[in-house]
Design a protein around this ligand. Structure first.
Ligand code: ATP
Ligand code: MG
Ligand code: FE
Length: 343
C-alpha cells in the first residue's frame, strides 16, 4: 500500500511516504533551534512551529515522492504519546486531509512506529522479536509477537529515559541540546576509564528489575565526579567523562536486551528511538549479539530520531495486516500506552 505518515509528537514536523516497505519521501522540519536555549522542548513553541510547518512539509513530501494525495491508500498519524498540543496539530491535519481526499486514517503509537521504521531498512520484521526502544522520553524492552496487534512490555526505565540521561549529562558538561549527538562525538576522542554505576544490574535486582533500567543514579554519579574535579581545581576531561558515561549506558542497554532475547528464545533484536543513533550502542549491540547468534536490526541514524517515515511505515504494516482504520474522531492521546499500537 501507498501510505502517508504524519508525525508531530515533539519538536519534529515529519511527513513520510512509503509504498509497502519502500521509503519514497521523508520530509522533516525541526523546531529544535527554537528550544536550544531553554535546554529542552518548550511545548507552546513546538505546537506553533508544527502549525507553520505542516502544510509546506506535506507539500515537500508529496513532491519528493512524486505522488498526490489522491494516490495514497491511507494516512497514518501519531496519535500519542507526546506533547498534547503538538500531537493535536498532526491529528487535526490528518483528519482534514483524510476528509478532503476521502482516505482512511490510522492513529498510531509513536513508540511502535520507532520500532516499525526498521522495516524500511531491513524489510519485514521477523516475529517474535525483542525491541529495545530508547528515546528522549522512553526506554523499554518489548516482546514483539505481532507488531500490528500489540507488543508486550518486559521492562522499562524506573526514572530517566536513556535519551534524557544523554541530554542531562551533556548539559552538565556544557554541551548543546539535544545532548546525544555531542556526547557521541566527544566520546570518540575519549577513553572510557571512569567506572560509573550500571543501574539495576546487581544480583539483587535480577528478580524484580531484570528488564528495567535506571539512569538517574548514573547521571548523579557523573555530576558528583565532575564537581569533585572542579572543587579540586583540576580540569575536567570532558571526552573521557562522555566516553565513560556512554559506555555505562550502552553496557546496560545491550546486556539487558540480549538477556531478554535469550530468556524468550528470540534471535532478532531490533533497536529504535533517538538513542539508537548512538554509534557506541550500535557497535556494542552488534558485537555482543554476534557472539550469541542474535541478529541486530537498527535503522540508519536519520530514521532513529523522530520523522514521518516511521509513522508511514507502521501505517503501511497495519494496512497490509488488515487492521481496520481509526474513527474520524480519533484522539490525540499524550499518554497513549505502549500496548496500544493503533486506536
Ligand atoms: P519519545 O520518542 O520517547 O517520545 P522523543 O521523540 O523526543 O521521545 P527521539 O526523537 O526518539 O525522542 O529521540 C531524541 C533523543 O535521542 C534525545 O534525547 C537525543 O539526545 C537522543 N539522541 C539522538 N542522537 C543520539 C546519539 N547519537 N547518541 C545518543 N543519544 C542520541
Ligand atoms: Mg527531536
Ligand atoms: Fe520519538
Amino acid at each position: 500500500p501507498l501510505v502517508l505518515g504524519i508525525e508531530t509528537s515533539c519538536d519534529e514536523t515529519g511527513v513520510g511516504i512509503v509504498r509497502g516497505t519502500t521509503l519514497l519521501a521523508d520530509a522533516l522540519a525541526s523546531s529544535v533551534d527554537l528550544h536550544a536555549r531553554f535546554g529542552g522542548v518548550v511545548p507552546e513553541v513546538a505546537s506553533r512551529a508544527h502549525l507553520e510547518a505542516m502544510v509546506p512539509t506535506m507539500q515537500r513530501a508529496l513532491d519528493e515522492a512524486g505522488v498526490t494525495l489522491a494516490d495514497v491508500d491511507a494516512i497514518a498519524v501519531t496519535s500519542g504519546p507526546g506533547l498534547a498540543g503538538a500531537l493535536l496539530v498532526g491529528v487535526a491535519a490528518a483528519k482534514g486531509y483524510a476528509v478532503a481526499a476521502e482516505k482512511p486514517v490510522y492513529g498510531v503509537n509513536h513508540l511502535a512506529a520507532h520500532v516499525a521504521v526498521d522495516t524500511l531498512e531491513h524489510g519485514p520484521l521477523p516475529e517474535p522479536a525483542i525491541a529495545l526502544l530508547v528515546s528522549g522520553g522512553h526506554s523499554s524492552l518489548l516482546l514483539v509477537d505481532d507488531l500490528a496487534g500489540g507488543v508486550t512490555p518486559l521492562g522499562s526505565t524506573i526514572d530517566d529515559a536513556a535519551g534524557e540521561a544523554f541530554d542531562k549529562v551533556a548539559r552538565l558538561l556544557g554541551m548543546p541540546f539535544p545532548g546525544g549527538p555531542p556526547i557521541d562525538r566527544a566520546a570518540r576522542d575519549g577513553q572510557a576509564t571512569i567506572a560509573f554505576p550500571r543501574g539495576l544490574t546487581a544480583a539483587k535486582d535480577q528478580a524484580a528489575h531484570r528488564f528495567d533500567f535506571s539512569f538517574s543514579g548514573l547521571k548523579t554519579a557523573v555530576a558528583r565526579w565532575v564537581e569533585a574535579r572542579e572543587r579540586a581545581g583540576e580540569p575536567v576531561p570532558v571526552n573521557d567523562v562522555a566516553a565513560s558515561f556512554q559506555d555505562a549506558v550502552c553496557d546496560v542497554l545491550t546486556a539487558k536486551a540480549i538477556d531478554a532475547c535469550r530468556q524468550h528464545g528470540v534471535d532478532t533484536l531490533v533497536i529504535g528511538g533517538g538513542v539508537a543513533a548512538n554509534s557506541r550502542l550500535r557497535a556494542l549491540a552488534e558485537e555482543r549479539a554476534a557472539k550469541v547468534g542474535i541478529t541486530v536490526r537498527v535503522p540508519r541514524p536519520k530514521l532513529c530520531t523522530d520523522n514521518g517515515a516511521m509513522v508511514a511505515a507502521l501505517g503501511s504494516h497495519l494496512v497490509a495486516a488488515g487492521v481496520r482504520p481509526s474513527r474520524l474522531d480519533l484522539p490525540a492521546d499524550s499518554a497513549m500506552p505502549l500496548t496500544l499500537v493503533s486506536v
